[in-house]
Design a protein around this ligand. Sequence first.
Ligand code: ATR
Length: 279
Amino acid sequence: MSQLPSHVVIGHPIAHSKSPIIHAAFAAQFSAEPALASFEYDRLLAPLDGFATSLQQFAAQGGQGANVTVPFKEEAFALASELTPRAKAAGAVNTLQYLGGNRWLGDNTDGAGLVADILRHISIRGRRILLLGAGGAARGVILPLLEQQPHSLTIANRTLAKAEALQAHFQPTSAIAIAVSTFTELVGEFDLIINATSASLGGERLPIAPTVFAPNALAYDMMYGKEETPFLAQAREAGVAQRVDGLGMLVGQAAEAFALWTGLRPDVAPVLAQLRKMA
Ligand code: ATR
């Protein structure tokens, strides 16, 4: 096997990952930094049944850190010998740091990336949040959102029981009121509406009423793509002026991972602008 870089993003599939572009741009911001002389970042395709083996081989060849993407985030969580509190809350790991002796520290930077991107547009404190979806993507961002001291958090999902399970998990340790609903039974209006469902992947819209968007609401889709996502089209038709896709979250989670590995905090805005130009 050819020599692997110091850092990788592991997934299956992985060919379309933008992470190498993002981390190369971050590293270029610190070109005078000696600590980054050996920083290299590339994609690593792991077989669907070979995540642990791929990671072991990577460490044996001097690997220091890895981002983990679909479908290995839960496996990375199970495999990590140490976990940050936010990774524990997420139940999933998207960032690994090698500790030596085949031991890995597992972190989850997705929620921090989302929060940082939202804070570039509006404050979260005191807002009524509506989180659409109750799968892994939704669970991963709940703790960082609650830490921003919103007014309340409502989790709406097609399958109510999954929203209830998240409520039962997070409510005991949070003073913020967490409510649950199905999409069609949602009551009231919200200031920050976040789509964490994978409905957009199939081009599907969510059966939510346009009245859930408060005046001056921000609609955030964790998905992104060349075209407007179905959820952001829905928000636009409901009259929502502030609509943001998940490209900034992608760059934000990468910035958090880069900071964990290198101790250096990159500037997100120019890298996001670079990606938008490439899209
Ligand atoms: P991820 O890791 O992306 O969160 P997941 O754990 O499979 O993936 O969760 C997918 C989420 O999208 C769930 O909330 C799912 O709803 P259910 O819990 O009812 O399955 C939601 N979802 C997927 N397709 C959807 C659709 N067409 N309409 C509404 N919700 C959808």
